[in-house]
Ligand binder design. Structure first.
Ligand code: FAD
Length: 300
């Protein structure tokens, strides 16, 4: 079966090393396309064979079942090209597997501005497009202009971004609409100014978040995105969850919305802790938080 794939594939591959949480069992089939044609070909092949699959970028926003998954996993990080679009240098077409941190540094070197808001966010541009990655200084949606995607019907389409495309930590893309390429429009900038902005944002972020520990970023979405006082982090703080632990995981002392893997953690530990945190917020603040991290449960 593996020989007729248009790209390298491996069987029974543990997924933990492909996630920032450092957790998760194996996939029976890891598919590793090196360019968009291989990705499209591999996905068509999986669909023809009726094999269920999931997409994995940088694994910075996923929590994977310790028992592994029954589905194949298509890893996009090999699709890492950046192409100039048109005459100017401000518009760039990025492969889904381009690393977000690499992109931020690369465009800074090109004296382009606009990507600084993504500094300190791990993962790939495909994942950033699906999740509309960003924060208080801006979002992927503020620079994305077009997205090339493969639909569930196998159509290769390119859509113009409009107000329906992105929401808070969400977009019209995902496993049924695979991001192949994202086109971004930046502006001519100044390397020194971008350097200063990046330094400031990174300093802010590393002061507030446990960036050197294993995590999947914020666990919960903000209940009211425009109200800082009601952000998930603030509500969790009020509920007093910092330092709580369960098995191998604990709520970070630095940021109440981060669960960190202290070693030997399992998905069951995370699920239990998430439940306790959610209940505590509901009891103390009367809000029910929804999760941001994508959970890959075996059999679901
Ligand atoms: C320390 C830390 C800090 C973080 N800070 C932030 C932050 O400030 N702001 C923020 O928004 N996020 C933050 N995150 C979360 C994470 O970095 C982002 O959500 C990022 O965009 C995830 O990209 P990824 O490539 O790792 O996606 P993955 O985790 O690999 O995938 C996420 C979801 O997208 C799907 N997917 C991935 N690629 C594709 C594709 N090409 N087509 C279709 N579906 C796809 C996956 O199936 C999955 O459902 C942080 C995470 C960590 C660990």
């Amino acid at each position: 079966m593996t020989s007729s794939f248009p790209c390298p594939v491996r069987e029974n591959v543990p997924l933990a090393p492909y996630t920032t949480f450092g957790m998760g069992g194996a996939t029976p089939l890891l598919v590793e396309p090196r360019n968009v044609d291989e990705l499209v070909g591999a996905v068509r092949r999986l669909r023809e064979d009726g094999v269920r699959f999931r997409l994995l970028g940088g694994g910075a926003n996923v929590l994977i079942d310790d028992r592994g998954v029954e589905d194949a996993v298509v890893l996009t990080n090999g699709i890492s090209f950046v192409r100039r679009e048109g005459e100017g240098i401000e518009v760039l077409r990025l492969g889904a597997g381009v690393s977000i941190p690499w992109f931020v540094q690369h465009v800074r070197g090109m004296k382009l501005t606009g990507a600084e808001c993504l500094v300190g966010i791990p993962g790939t541009m495909g994942g950033a497009t699906v999740m509309n990655a960003g924060g208080r200084h801006g979002w992927l949606s503020s620079i994305a202009t077009r997205v090339r995607a493969l639909t569930a019907d196998g159509e290769d389409e390119e859509i113009e971004v409009d107000e329906e495309t992105f929401g808070y930590r969400t977009s019209v893309f995902g496993d049924d609409r695979i991001v192949l390429e994202t086109v971004v429009r930046l502006a001519k900038g100044n390397k020194k100014t971008s350097d200063e902005t990046i330094r400031t944002y990174l300093k802010e972020k590393s002061a507030a978040q446990p960036l050197t520990e294993k995590s999947a970023g914020c666990v919960f979405k903000n209940a009211a995105n425009d109200d800082v006082e009601r952000s998930a982090g603030k509500l969790l703080d009020r509920a007093g969850v910092k330092g709580w632990s369960e098995g191998g995981v604990a709520v970070s002392e630095k940021h109440a919305n981060f669960i960190v893997n202290r070693g030997g953690a399992t998905m069951a530990d995370v699920v239990k802790l998430v439940q306790r945190m959610r209940d505590a917020v509901e009891e103390v603040c009367g809000e029910r938080l929804g999760t941001e991290v994508k959970q890959w449960v075996r059999g679901e």
